[in-house]
Design a protein around this ligand. Structure first.
Ligand SMILES: [Zn+2]
Length: 248
């Protein structure tokens, strides 16, 4: 009698343990489900990007960003993804912290655009600074008084040649040449050299470069926007996508 009752007690106890474990597993699952990332709300690369002139590329500087404790892994992340979880809450996580979840791929893609965006913004600031410096140089050189040119007359191959020279920049003047045009050329060459002396080395248009960077920033922003607002107006989301097929 006692033996049977002990066996029954043991069975009952075992059943209780099984039930408890099932409840615990269900609670764990529910917690995991509630924490599942359902939407990427925003993403930002908070690091500073600087130009590595030697290698002609831009690089992020670790530690310059806003290092924030991750809501998921507890580590510090400088690229912050604000995400919505299944329970409706918001969390800030790192790029690698959605491993195995449905948003893993879009999050990586958004992070890549966020990095591009941070780099482009640093490039834009630098290009604008260069534009300002170049405008100053142009204004300074434009205000310079054109020095008196030195005129040398001579003969080359029996023809009379006149040389007009200013600070080592010279033009030849043949008898039939339009003196005003030749003098314009001399002034232009001299001005270009004065600008070069002041550090304006290239002839590319910095204004065009600024505009180009601004276009690429707009494309990166719209790529992030497509990920954070996937269902926003179909008509507006197709335009930037086709544009992004070009340069990146
Ligand atoms: Zn994390």
């Amino acid at each position: 009698m006692t033996e049977t009752s002990t066996a029954t007690d043991r069975d009952a106890l075992r059943a209780q343990v099984v039930e408890f474990e099932a409840m615990e597993a269900a609670a764990e699952r529910a917690e995991r489900d509630a924490a599942a990332i359902v939407r990427i709300v925003a993403i930002v690369d908070t690091r500073e990007w600087v130009e590595d002139e030697e290698r002609d590329r831009w690089i992020p500087v670790p530690g310059t960003g806003d290092a924030r404790d991750c809501d998921r892994c507890g580590r510090l992340h400088e690229i912050h993804a604000t995400v919505e979880t299944a329970d409706g809450g918001l969390a800030v996580v790192g790029v690698g912290c959605a491993k195995g979840e449905s948003v893993e791929k879009p999050l990586r893609s958004a992070a890549s655009s966020a990095k591009t965006l941070a780099r482009l913004r640093a490039q834009l600031a630098a290009a604008k600074q260069t534009a300002e410096r170049e405008a100053d140089i142009r204004a300074e050189v434009a205000a310079l008084r054109f020095p008196d040119e030195r005129v040398t007359k001579g003969r080359v191959d029996g023809a009379s040649i006149e040389t007009r020279e200013v600070d080592g920049v010279s033009v030849w003047l043949h008898g039939l040449d339009d003196i005003d045009r030749v003098m314009d050329t001399l002034r232009d060459s001299w001005r270009r050299r004065e600008m070069h002396k002041r550090g304006l080395k290239s002839h590319r248009s910095i204004a065009a470069e600024v505009a180009d960077i601004e276009n690429r920033i707009a494309r990166s922003e719209s790529r992030i926007d497509e990920i954070t607002h996937p269902n926003a107006g179909e008509s507006t989301s197709t335009a930037p996508a086709s544009e992004s097929a070009g340069r990146s």
